[in-house]
Design a protein around this ligand. Structure first.
Ligand code: GUN
Length: 284
């Protein structure tokens, strides 16, 4: 078996073309979508992610605010900035890039964002709505994965899905989105006893570790015909790589996402789409 490729660049382009129409509709109602991003500190990877998000927003024709703060920024100051963006009617989406420096509490910071501007879908309100199956602003990477599966007609109903990640950004919300689609979901993590057994059993594996020394998925680990979604990003010999040893896994999988060019472009597109959803929500 040679896996078919799930092409995130292609799907992200298709979604962007649909967004162009949505932007025109919003403008006809005098709404000019605006995304504000906040980066605290000088984490190199975070700076790259913010640059990509800002660039994609500008390319799509969205207004942006690019707030940069030193790593010494006190929590009270960051909270005051978020509150002023909450009040600013010209700003529709607010994203605080994670991880934050250690002295800043990500729960308190995220929870300061007005839920209708929470384009990461991370506030307790939006997480609660997602768990209840009623989410509108949902975390970008999980919703991007679901869009990819839908685009290629991959029906997860009844499938045993193994997610190797338990974060707020990926594993937890993705589990609920896939449960909504009738998958049987197992979340694995560093303390799981039977990771290899779970992987071998899985019909669909989502891996988001981002450290190939700790974990690399190889062809002999998976069941023939399983679907592989690779969310991991690491630098390998100056190039970007995922958690998956692509050439060995592609021999056994039925579908596979490449890195780069799989989930990554979808995350950015879903952020822009959430900004449009937030702009619509601002009308009410
Ligand atoms: N850090 C890595 N991915 C993300 C993301 O999707 N949103 C935020 N806010 N921070 C991140």
């Amino acid at each position: 078996m040679t896996a078919q490729i799930i092409d995130g660049i292609h799907v992200a382009k298709y979604i962007k073309s649909k967004m162009t129409k949505k932007i025109a509709a919003l403008r006809s109602q005098n709404l000019e979508p605006c995304l504000a991003t906040i980066l605290v500190g000088d984490n190199v990877a975070s700076a790259t992610y913010i640059k990509n998000k800002q660039r994609a927003a500008v390319e799509l024709g969205l207004k942006t605010k690019d707030v940069r703060l030193p790593s010494s920024c006190p929590q009270s100051e960051l909270i005051a900035i978020i509150k002023s963006l909450n009040e600013d009617i010209r700003v529709h989406g607010i994203l605080v890039q994670l991880p934050l420096p250690n002295h800043l509490d990500p729960f308190i910071i995220t929870n300061t964002i007005n839920p209708i501007k929470d384009v990461d879908g991370l506030t307790p309100t939006n997480m609660g709505l997602l768990v209840g199956g009623k989410g509108s602003l949902k975390p970008c990477t999980p919703v991007g994965i679901v869009e990819l599966l839908d685009h290629y007609g991959i029906n997860v109903s009844g499938l045993h899905v193994v997610i190797i990640n338990r974060s707020q950004l990926v594993g937890k919300p993705l589990a609920f989105l896939l449960l909504e689609k009738d998958a049987t979901v197992t979340i694995c993590h560093s303390k799981s006893y039977n990771l290899l057994k779970e992987i071998k059993d899985a019909d669909l594996i989502v891996t988001a570790i981002g450290n190939r020394d700790k974990f690399t998925l190889t062809g002999s680990m998976i069941k023939t015909g399983s679907i592989i979604i690779d969310v991991g990003i690491t630098r390998l010999g100056g190039k970007l790589a995922g958690d998956v040893d692509y050439s060995s896994v592609a021999k056994y999988a039925s579908w596979i996402t490449p890195v780069p060019g799989g989930v990554g472009p979808m995350t950015v597109s879903m952020l822009l789409n959430n900004t449009l959803i937030a702009t619509s929500l601002s009308k009410n």
